[in-house]
Design a protein around this ligand. Structure first.
Ligand SMILES: NC(=O)c1ccc[n+]([C@@H]2O[C@H](COP(=O)([O-])OP(=O)(O)OC[C@H]3O[C@@H](n4cnc5c(N)ncnc54)[C@H](OP(=O)(O)O)[C@@H]3O)[C@@H](O)[C@H]2O)c1
Length: 265
């Protein structure tokens, strides 16, 4: 971290959960913040907290990242300010059979989880590459490691985030710019409420208790600082991620379906 000037981090989805905790971790470590989400009041409350507790300059930029062109508008609103750390955390899920899913919800998930993340990364990376300095943290999920029947689109969006992040990390090797994919398992946030998930077998599995968003953020921020390309939070989640990748689909898919469906199905 440079003496004097505080580095600037932009966090999407900072109004709650993992994003809010990542913003707290960044502010505690000397960053100024740009906080992005739709819930302006929650962002303002967090900004006030970060100013008071950490002396961070915190700017609130409310944005609906599902809207076409939202990423470019956000980039323009940031203007000449140099973003040193980009955290693409905003995202949401959905549960149930694909053929019955709300088409608008599918579009929204792809817009926020995939399109906005890709556009923001594309817009902010050139400055980082030119400066030979910068970090991108993309929040994927353990959902990225195997297809997810009953959460098919959500898991596919997170597989995209993981794939993109790992590929960019390799493209940028030696450039001074790092890309980290953070893959949390179940985490105690608004995620399940926002996804309208009332019941999911995943949360009832032995040894798979949801982690706190603060613990997930700590792991993600530590990985970003160390320049790691991938972090899966929690030992059991790491085992699950490896299994999802190496076992044959014939075994993985029925198990994934049972885990992602409601307990009774
Ligand atoms: N919780 C889990 O079990 C879990 C596990 C693995 C990965 N993840 C991932 O972690 C990330 C953060 O989720 P979370 O668990 O912290 O859940 P959360 O508390 O629901 O936070 C989601 C954040 O995304 C923002 N967001 C959603 N739609 C948006 C939109 N259209 N425009 C702008 N911002 C939007 C929300 O803000 P507003 O509603 O104010 O816009 C909120 O700040 C997501 O990418 C999620 O997929 C979560």
């Amino acid at each position: 971290m440079s003496e004097g000037k505080r580095p600037l981090a932009l966090v999407t989805g900072a109004s709650s959960g993992i994003g809010a905790e990542l913003a707290r971790a960044l502010a505690a470590d000397g960053h100024d913040l740009i906080l992005v989400a739709r819930s302006e009041a929650a962002l303002e409350a967090l900004a006030a907290e970060l100013r008071a507790r950490h002396g961070a300059a915190a700017t609130v930029l409310p944005a609906d990242l599902a809207r076409p062109g939202a990423a470019a508008e956000l980039f323009a609103r940031v203007g000449a300010r140099q973003v040193d750390v980009l955290v693409n955390n905003a995202g949401f899920g959905d549960q149930g059979p694909f053929h019955a899913a709300d088409p608008l919800r599918i579009d929204g998930m792809i817009a926020v989880n995939v399109a906005a993340l890709t556009a923001l990364t594309r817009l902010f990376l050139p400055g980082m590459v030119a400066r030979r300095s910068g970090r991108v943290l993309n929040v994927a999920s353990t959902a990225a490691f195997q297809p997810g029947p009953m959460m098919a689109v959500y898991c596919a969006t997170k597989a995209y985030v993981l794939s993109l992040s790992l590929a960019l990390g390799e493209e940028l090797r030696g450039s001074g710019v790092g890309v980290t994919a953070l893959c949390p398992g179940a985490t105690e946030t608004n995620f399940f409420r926002a996804a309208e998930i009332e019941d999911i077998a995943l949360l009832n599995l032995p040894g798979m208790a949801a982690m706190s968003p603060a613990a997930v953020a700590r792991a993600g921020y530590a990985a970003l600082r160390r320049g790691r390309r991938l972090v899966v939070t929690g030992f059991n989640n790491r085992i699950g991620a490896v299994m999802g990748r190496i076992l044959p689909y014939a075994l993985v898919l029925p198990v994934a379906r049972r885990v992602l469906a409601s307990s009774g199905r």
